[in-house]
Design a protein around this ligand. Structure first.
Ligand code: FES
Length: 69
């Protein structure tokens, strides 16, 4: 699994696992890459919908690599 904090954008989680998001409404299932909003402007939270570009969100990026023990 790899977590990428995109400069001025979302948190990308790359994994081969299948995700199930259980919030309000129907569960959402995702595979492979998930983009999570960190700007607060997405209409589909917790996922990114690209709204960070419209609002001019600015924050530094980085990468976290996770390896199994
Ligand atoms: S980070 Fe993309 S919409 Fe918030």
């Amino acid at each position: 699994m790899k977590i990428t904090i995109v400069a001025n954008g979302p948190i990308l989680i790359d994994t081969e696992a299948e995700w199930t998001w259980e919030g309000e409404g129907e569960p959402i299932r995702k595979k492979d890459r998930v983009a999570l909003c960190r700007c607060g402007a997405s209409a589909i939270k917790p996922f990114c919908d690209g709204a960070h570009r419209k609002i001019g969100f600015q924050a530094p990026g980085g990468t976290v690599e996770l390896t199994p023990r």
